[in-house]
Design a protein. Structure first.
Lengths: 356, 252
């Protein structure tokens, strides 16, 4: 149907946006990244310990503990939704994982048998118990995510209220299944479990490696697949998304499920680091996760966000925490400062968009 | 101008619609031929938007028959109407501000390239096709610019370019000139001329008399759910149309 053009379009009235006013340079993520680099430089001069290998490993490990969940919630935030149940979900899925692991490792189950000297011996493939228990934990998260998505996308409930309810429901369930006592990963596969969650590979913490892989996958999904395109469209103009034939309900359910799975994985990793899954684990982590996403440039109104921003937000929070410790500032200041940073990051972006 | 013997692309016979006790449309007959620009006018509540929504597949008519390209059609959802070649440019344009022009044009119909089992977006192909479409519409719009940063006329071009993707046979435009500047109105009217040149039938729903008289071949006036007039534009005048809309003149 293309008609031959008498003359190609000329752009006499429409200038091209300058490179430094496009993409990352004009985004909150860019500003916060710059601020982070400056902060790290300041830290380097303020404390000789900051750039030591041990401290860097610590920082990398600590921010990885919330960053995977932050990647997940970024999907939800881009669509203009919110998930307040992430903290509870971390606890629940860690608890299910550890309980299933203990249960399967109990003598008499199909997976272990008692040796003559009274020790338990793995009956099947080593690691099978671990795989099944992690899948069970993720499955629990998946179900919570599906319920969230169903209530929000199909029943049309508000994301805030739905996930606020789910925060309470899931935390309650965690207390119910554990009777409030918490659970400790144990059995023959516990060593693998700890190696995979809190171990490191050539000095790089394992959670950090998972984070990098997941962030790369997320970048491809968001920017190079039609699913990612639809996630952004949903956040930009939900009605338009609907009119152009995007399966809005399906995409919404999918983002809540992705968020739940990332959160579940995060919970399992945290329990490996803690060595247990107490019933009050990760309480109020939803606030850290949302704060990190927002600082990194995800817009709660929807339509903006990405893996880089999520990670930058988490790193910034952790560097500030770490810096305050190294500078021997009273650690009670931490939370106050985090609040200030949240408002500052959004404020700078607002001022910038007013100026252009 | 389209000759009288071509088959109408859209033909409505005896279309009626009731919402409970309210009769929104009654016994409307009309047709649109390829390459014809028809203005649909009427006051608020005259039944224009109900009629448009029936043609676009948002509502099912209570009575009557819709024929498209000679065949009887029944639309359950807007996607059904789009499948046969009816595109709607909505009043608020249905654009996602946070995406680029090209992304908006291809929204819901992205071009993909297969890498084994994974299908990734083909950004290059979408950008160059979008640039072609903007060229056809003579609009200075860069495919990679964000819609957020665009003028009203450019946004309109993006919304119209979207209808050109699927080789639509009928494009309905709901108040395309209501909220934009004078210069941009000129651009939009010239976009309508481009569609007409390419044999696309256009239905223009508008309150603005000068726009209707500038581009339309024929004008249909609705009042109180009924069609009151259906005249070639050169046989009527703005004064007559105004009288028909307000009810000062019952029918023509």
């Amino acid at each position: 149907m293309a008609m031959p053009l008498e003359s190609p379009v000329t752009f006499s009235n429409v200038g091209k946006t300058k490179w430094w006013r496009r993409g990352i340079f004009a985004s909150q993520t860019g500003y916060v990244l710059a601020a982070l680099l400056v902060l790290m430089l300041v830290m380097h001069f303020a404390s000789p310990y900051f750039f030591t290998e041990g401290n860097m490993q610590n920082v990398a490990k600590n921010f990885s503990f919330i960053a995977i969940a932050t990647l997940g919630i970024t999907f939800v935030i881009i669509t203009g939704g919110i998930d307040l149940s992430v903290g509870s979900m971390m606890c629940f899925s860690a608890m299910i994982t550890s309980m299933v692991m203990v249960e399967l490792s109990a003598p008499g189950s199909a997976f272990v048998h008692l040796a003559a000297d009274g020790k338990t011996v793995v009956a099947n493939v080593p690691g099978l118990i671990l795989v099944i228990s992690v899948l069970a934990g993720l499955c629990a998260a998946l179900i919570v995510g599906l319920v969230n998505g169903f209530c929000i996308a199909v029943l049309g409930l508000s994301p805030f209220v739905t996930t606020l309810g789910m925060l309470s429901i899931v935390r309650g369930l965690a207390y119910v299944v554990s009777n409030g006592r918490g659970s400790f990963p144990g059995g023959p596969d516990a060593d693998y479990f700890y190696a995979l969650t809190s171990g490191d590979v050539f000095g790089v913490p394992a959670p950090f490696i998972y984070l990098m892989i997941l962030a790369a996958v997320m970048a491809i999904v968001l920017h190079h697949t039609s699913f990612g395109r639809h996630v952004f469209a949903l956040g930009g103009n939900e009605k338009a998304a609907e009119l152009t034939g995007i399966p809005v309900v399906r995409v919404k359910i999918e983002v809540y499920v992705i968020c739940a799975l990332a959160t579940g994985l995060q919970g399992i990793i945290i329990s490996g680091w803690l060595g247990s899954a107490p019933a009050n684990m990760a309480t109020s982590y939803e606030l850290n996760v949302i704060a990190a996403a927002v600082i990194g440039g995800a817009n709660l109104a929807g339509g903006l966000g990405g893996p880089l921003g999520a990670i930058v937000g988490c790193v910034l929070l952790e560097v500030i925490r770490n810096g305050l410790v190294l500078a021997q500032v009273n650690s009670y200041w931490q939370q106050t400062l985090v609040g200030v940073i949240i408002i500052l990051a959004v404020l700078v972006d607002r001022i910038r968009s007013r100026m252009t | 101008m389209a000759s009288a013997d071509t088959t109408p692309v859209l033909e409505l016979t005896g279309i009626g619609k009731e919402f409970g006790a309210i009769r929104a449309l009654h016994d409307v007959d009309m047709h649109v031929r390829p390459g014809e620009v028809v203005g649909l006018m009427g006051d608020n509540g005259a039944g224009k938007s109900t009629l448009v929504k029936i043609i676009a597949g948002n509502f099912r008519p209570s009575h009557g028959e819709i024929r498209f390209g000679g065949n009887a059609v029944h639309f359950n959802r807007p996607i059904d109407a789009r499948a046969v070649g009816i595109e709607v440019v909505y009043q608020d344009l249905a654009l996602a501000d946070n995406l680029t022009a090209a992304a908006n044009v291809f929204l819901g119909r992205e071009l993909k390239r297969k890498f084994g089992p994974i299908a990734l977006l083909d950004h290059k192909a979408m950008a160059s096709r979008a640039l072609d479409l903007f060229g056809e519409l003579r609009s200075e719009t860069r495919p990679d610019d964000l819609v957020k940063q665009m003028s009203g006329g450019q946004r309109q071009a993006v919304a119209i370019a979207r209808t050109r993707l699927s080789n639509a046979k009928l494009v309905m435009m709901d108040e395309p000139t209501a909220a934009i500047s004078v210069r941009q109105v000129e651009q939009v009217l010239s976009l309508i001329h481009r569609l007409k040149e390419q044999g696309v039938a256009v239905m223009l729903i508008s309150h603005r008399m000068p726009d209707v008289f500038a581009v339309c071949d024929r004008v249909i006036v609705m009042r109180r759910g009924e069609k009151r007039a259906d005249k070639p534009i050169h046989e009527t005048s703005p004064e007559e149309v105004t009288a028909l809309i307000t009810g000062a003149k019952e029918a023509a």
